[in-house]
Design a protein around this ligand. Structure first.
Ligand code: SF4
Length: 282
């Protein structure tokens, strides 16, 4: 069967066509020819066509016979499946079992990277390595804001060790940004703070699916603050001022309690404003 293209540049405009006919005439020629040809008997169409189907022998089965157990075990080990319990046989690679996949890899018919759990493990290892070698401090908290992981840079920055794993982050640092994440007030927050003589930029965000919170900390003690960072501190101060106002309104009925707490928060606000003023004048 031929399907002629009638478009410009298609079959009827090929270089072999005589130029004395325009494309409409050429198109009509083909239509006329097709009508005539269809009325003619085509001996080719009278031939019997063999439509018998059947199953062929699975080639991998015969090739697999030539793959040694040692080679299969080597591939299973390379992809972290030497222990039979780790052979999930999930079929995500397209093979029925991890062993079949290993045989196919040995025969050059598959790649180890086709194993999804293996690739996931590799990605996880890479992520761990990036976190462990990062110059920024990284801390991971559980849903109760307890520390479950700190990278070496974080421990160095805040002079702590794995001995405080399991303790609340507020034991070590100002935790208000993490607390806002925990109550769902934000998904991501940042700020500039000073603690233990270290001035640091803090960026925190939540991993909702894992019910975990991540904090990334950069030591900016020696960095000169730029315009953007000063703006950030100003914004923080404004936010704190608004929080203070909201606090005053909602607790206006509880004067005694209000006076004590309000004074403390006002002090903090004034301290921040003074720090801001000092930073701008230095
Ligand atoms: S994807 Fe990996 S774990 Fe799953 S069957 Fe294939 S080789 Fe085994």
């Amino acid at each position: 069967m031929a399907e002629p293209l009638f478009c410009a540049g298609g079959c009827i405009n090929g270089p072999g066509f005589p130029s004395e006919k325009n494309s409409y005439q050429r198109k009509q020629d083909i239509i006329d020819y097709a009508a005539k040809a269809s009325s003619r008997k085509n001996p080719e169409l009278d031939r019997d066509v063999n439509c018998i189907t059947g199953f062929l022998q699975d080639k991998t089965a015969s090739i697999a016979d030539n793959v040694s157990e040692a080679r299969i075990n080597e591939i299973l080990e390379k992809t972290g499946k030497s222990d039979p319990e780790l052979q999930l046989n999930c079929g995500a690679c397209g093979y029925k079992s991890c062993r079949e996949n290993a045989i196919a890899v040995a025969c050059g018919m598959a790649e180890p990277e086709m194993c999804m759990p293996y690739m996931r493990r590799l990605a996880q290892q890479r992520t761990d390595r990036i976190i462990e070698t990062s110059p920024n401090g990284v801390v991971i908290l559980d849903r109760e804001l307890n520390i479950i992981h700190m990278n070496p840079a974080f421990q160095k920055m805040f002079l702590c060790s794995n001995g405080i794993l399991g303790r609340r982050i507020s034991y070590l640092l100002d935790a208000d940004n993490f607390e806002k994440l925990a109550v769902g007030a934000a998904e991501q927050l940042e700020g500039i703070r000073t603690k233990y003589g270290v001035k640091y930029h803090e960026q925190v965000y939540s991993l909702r699916d894992e019910e975990q919170y991540v904090g990334i900390f950069s030591d900016i003690t020696k960095a000169k603050l730029g315009e953007g960072q000063i703006d950030l501190i100003k914004n923080q101060t404004l936010i704190h001022a608004r929080e203070l106002l909201a606090h005053q309104i909602s607790f206006s009925q509880e004067m005694a309690h209000y006076l004590g707490k309000s004074t403390a928060q006002s002090e903090e606000l004034v301290t921040r404003l003074m720090n801001l003023y000092e930073e701008e004048t230095t």
